[in-house]
Design a protein. Structure first.
Length: 259
């Protein structure tokens, strides 16, 4: 029961993480204009992975997509690639995880196959979460670098050179989503161990006796000295049991036995 609960909880947490990665990638507020020194402004700018937007004080918002790919910074394109890879792996992991759930029976699928599928989906969720966390962290590092460069230019008197940008809400959504996908993947890997059948975990080892095999048969108990030769019996058509004397010769009944 605990294995099923762990697997279902891992599936739910991973689903929330993958959904958060999709929402974070589609959001436009990856970087927002810093209003610390200028709280009252007529134009507010914010940027995403796919387009940049400008919101005026009248409430009108205009967004313009990036029409170029080669003109964007290499780190910016790397963030895009990481988020897309994380989403693709997360969706594939969800599809595999649905068929691996212990509460769902599909034909005569064995528990060992479900265990392998659960482990595969868990690894996919872990990689997807790491991709999302790495992509968001790289973008945050870019923002921090540009922020301090813009601050240095402002102190040098170049106030109107460029605007400063700070963290947007999409970054926090991406961090949380990547963490959820990572936790869900770990839970799926833990649930995989409980799905492995017992006979495959512990393999029995057979031991053969080094001496000869001794067969026992039921019969009257006979007391001997321990040095008597072993009697052999041959059963079958055309053979009769014959008693042998201690010296090894065949003994025949005498005439006094019939009196």
């Amino acid at each position: 029961m605990s294995t099923t609960i762990c697997q279902v909880m891992g599936f739910i947490v991973s689903s929330l993480g993958v959904a958060g990665c999709i929402v974070s990638t589609a959001m436009d507020m990856w970087s927002t204009q810093d209003l610390y020194d200028n709280p009252v402004t007529a134009v507010f700018q914010y940027q995403g992975l796919w387009r940049s937007c400008v919101r005026q004080s009248s409430g009108f918002t205009e967004c313009r997509p990036y029409f170029t790919i080669l003109g964007l910074p290499a780190m910016f394109q790397a963030v895009r690639a990481l988020m897309i890879v994380g989403i693709v792996l997360g969706i594939l992991g969800l599809l595999v995880c649905i068929f691996a759930l212990k509460c769902i029976r599909i034909g005569n699928m064995e528990d060992s196959a479900k265990a392998n599928m659960t482990l595969t989906s868990g690894i996919m969720f872990i990689v997807a979460g790491l991709c999302a966390i790495t992509g968001v962290s790289v973008f945050a590092n870019m923002l921090v670098t540009n922020f301090w460069m813009s601050t240095a230019n402002m102190y040098q008197g170049m106030q109107n050179v460029q605007n400063r940008y700070t963290f947007g809400s999409a970054l926090f959504v991406g961090w949380v989503a990547g963490g959820l996908a990572l936790i869900g993947g770990i839970m799926m890997c833990l649930a995989c161990r409980g799905l492995i059948p017992e006979e495959s975990r512990y393999k029995a080892v057979s031991y053969n006796a080094s001496g000869r095999n001794i067969s026992y048969r039921t019969g009257p108990y006979k007391v001997g000295s321990g040095y008597e030769p072993e009697t052999k019996t041959r059963k079958g058509a055309g053979y009769e049991e014959a008693a042998r004397s201690e010296d090894g010769r065949r003994s025949y009944p005498s005439k006094y036995d019939y009196v």
